[in-house]
Design a protein around this ligand. Structure first.
Ligand SMILES: N[C@@H](CCC(=O)N[C@@H](CS)C(=O)NCC(=O)O)C(=O)O
Length: 223
């Protein structure tokens, strides 16, 4: 049984926040030493590379399983450590519903980060508008897809968002949507009002309240 765990974290990373929200939901947050790290492919962080050859956060340093990445693997580890395996249903359609939703949320974050490179992070002369449009289209398609899923309306109506029935997919989605708003990405509220209502309810959970986004990306000096 591992004792304390170190989480290489970043206060403005949706992937890192997903991990920390999972830890809170599982009652494991007190066992984590959370260490903030700035990362960027244009601003090398040697301490992060020492634990993850991809140079990305989050990374979880464990005594029994080594340095774990990426966020999906860390969440799986925490879920098993938590005992009940409650965030990732063990079997059946519920398992794949949760994992697929997590994959979609990961894709929202990936597309959002790619879009930010084309809109604010890359020097202006090197931006490629068709790439920005293509990434924004992924976000809008995903909003429409999620809005079409009746589960969100039902959950808000039944108050389920504020009880204990959360999955890795829901946590991943909430942290992704919160990040998209934090970074002024294409709006989902008008386009997907049921999704927005679900999100607002989910954000009232203590795990979300305890993990607000903060900070700016540090890409280093222009080359
Ligand atoms: N698939 C990874 C993505 C992790 C990721 O992209 N993290 C960003 C911070 S939001 C990072 O560290 N980027 C640094 C880089 O790309 O070099 C996960 O789910 O953990």
């Amino acid at each position: 049984m591992p004792g304390r765990l170190t989480l290489l974290y970043q206060s403005h990373s949706p992937y890192a926040r997903k991990v920390l929200v999972c830890a809170h939901e599982l009652g494991l947050a007190e066992r984590l030493d959370v260490v903030h790290h700035e990362t960027s492919p244009t601003n090398r962080n040697d301490a992060v590379f020492a634990a993850n050859p991809l140079g990305k956060v989050p990374v979880l340093l464990t005594s029994d399983a080594g340095a774990l990445f990426d966020s999906t693997v860390i969440c799986d580890y925490l879920d098993r450590l938590g005992g009940a395996g409650s965030l990732v249903p063990r079997d059946g359609p519920a398992r794949y519903e949760a994992l697929r939703l997590q994959a979609l949320a990961q894709g929202l974050c990936d597309a959002g980060i790619a879009l930010r490179w084309e809109t604010v992070r890359r020097p202006e002369a090197q931006r490629y508008p068709p790439l920005a449009q293509g990434q924004a289209a992924k976000l809008l398609e995903a909003y429409d897809h999620l809005e079409g899923q009746a589960q969100f309306a039902g959950q808000v109506a039944a108050g389920q968002v504020t009880n204990d029935q959360v999955t890795i997919g829901q946590i991943a989605l909430a942290t992704a949507l919160a990040w998209l708003e934090f970074r002024d990405m294409p709006d989902f509220r008008k386009r997907a009002p049921r999704l927005a209502a679900w999100h607002d309810a989910f954000c009232r959970r203590a795990s979300m309240q305890a993990t607000p986004y903060d900070g700016e990306t540090q890409d280093g000096a222009p080359r």
